[in-house]
Structure formats: C-alpha cells, structure tokens
Write a protein that binds this ligand. Structure first.
Ligand code: ADP
Ligand code: MG
Length: 204
C-alpha cells in the first residue's frame, strides 16, 4: 500500500478513537464539535481513500483537502484544508521527496494556517503544536537526521507545545470569547494536531 495512504488511514483511526476526547475539550472552551467535525471528515476519507492509491503524494494531499473542506466544517476544516492545499502546491514543485522537502512542505502548510487564520503561535490554537514541531523537524533535517528521527523530534516539540496550551489564554477562535476562562484547558485543535503528529511518528 502507498505509504502516505497507509498513514492517512491510521490518522483517521486515531481521530476516531479520540473523537469524544476532542469534543469534550471543545465543550470546555468552544462549541463541543471538534471531534465530531474531524470524525465526519475521517468517514469521508475512508470512503474515498481506495481511489488515492495510484496518485502522486501532492495529488493525495489535494484530494484530502477538498474532502475536508466540504465535509469537516468549523474553523478546523478550513484551516486543515488550507494547510493541505498549500502543502500540495509546494510539494508539486519539488523534484524529490526527502527530509528537506518534507520539512519545507510542513512549513508551507503552517504558513497557510497562519494566513488563513490570521493567527500565530502563542494564541492557544493548533499552531502551538505545529509551529514548534515544524521548527524541530527542519532543525533535525538540517543536521542530517533521517525521516524517522525528524518526525521523532517534531513529535517531542509538538507535544510540549500542545501541553503548553493548557496554561495560556486563547486569543483566536471561539475559545477567545472566554478570555481568561480559557486558561486551564488544552486547546482541542492543538490536541488533534498532536494526535496527527503522533500517528505519523508511529507509522513512519
Ligand atoms: P469551530 O471553532 O469553528 O467550532 P473546531 O471546533 O472544529 O471549529 O476547531 C476548533 C480549533 O480550531 C481550535 O481548537 C483551534 O485549535 C483551531 N482554530 C480556531 N481558530 C483558529 C485560528 N484563527 N488560527 C488557528 N487555529 C484556529
Ligand atoms: Mg468547535
């Protein structure tokens, strides 16, 4: 099976297992639908994934982006779709897929989220997981680490960033309506991004 397709299948499983957990977190500081939203996207992916087998990696990313855009809804649907589309555009122009180009693709995805969400690290969002993870990935790639090691470093940094969202106040997204009352709960999007990273680390 195409490795990327295999990883995507595992991500869908991981999100499904954690659906209620993600929704509970979003009930604390949002509108209680994050797990439900992502699970809906996962179901659509499962239905369509067999048709991705023979596509190029960037085409797979684009296909997923389209499916998520029309099925996930919520801020996270738009943001994860944007990330995938930006990643696909970058990857399309890469001659090879290696640690360096995967790291650059990761950076392009994050830039997409920042632009679409008008957000940055430190605002209690998915970016608090993804930005440190991407920085750690690129640093490891520069040092000559292999893909497994790069994702291991990304995972460690992303986990720390995710955990830190518990201590900070949300200034973007629905959770920002709560102001200081958003402190004390993990950000659901930071947790879903962490779960995605964890799955990639496990499968790579
Ligand atoms: P909604 O907030 O529309 O109900 P979800 O519950 O599916 O959508 O997703 C909420 C998550 O989306 C948040 O936990 C946060 O991580 C992320 N998010 C929301 N707004 C932004 C933003 N402007 N930039 C980055 N991430 C955001
Ligand atoms: Mg929500």
């Amino acid at each position: 099976m195409n490795k990327l397709v295999q990883i995507i299948n595992k991500i869908v499983d991981k999100i499904e297992i954690n659906k209620d957990y993600l929704t509970d977190l979003d009930r604390e500081i949002g509108d209680g639908d994050h797990g439900v939203n992502l699970s809906r996207g996962g179901k659509k992916l499962e239905e369509n994934i067999s048709s991705f087998e023979n596509l190029k990696e960037y085409e797979v990313l684009n296909k997923i982006a389209m499916l998520l855009l029309s099925n996930v809804g919520g801020a996270s649907g738009a943001l994860y779709s944007t990330a995938l589309m930006r990643g696909a555009s970058y990857l399309k122009n890469c001659d090879t897929i290696n640690e360096k180009t995967i790291g650059e693709t990761f950076s392009a995805m994050i830039k997409g989220i920042e632009e679409r969400g008008k957000s940055t690290v430190g605002e209690k969002t998915m970016l608090d997981t993804l930005v440190p993870a991407s920085e750690a990935f690129n640093m490891a790639a520069e040092k000559g680490c292999n893909l497994e090691e790069c994702f291991q470093q990304a995972y460690i940094a992303g986990k720390k960033g995710m955990e830190y969202t518990k201590n900070i106040k949300a200034t973007k997204g629905r959770a920002s309506y709560l102001g200081d009352r958003s402190i004390g709960t993990l950000d659901p999007g930071a947790v879903s991004s962490y779960l995605i990273l964890e799955t990639i680390k496990e499968e790579i």
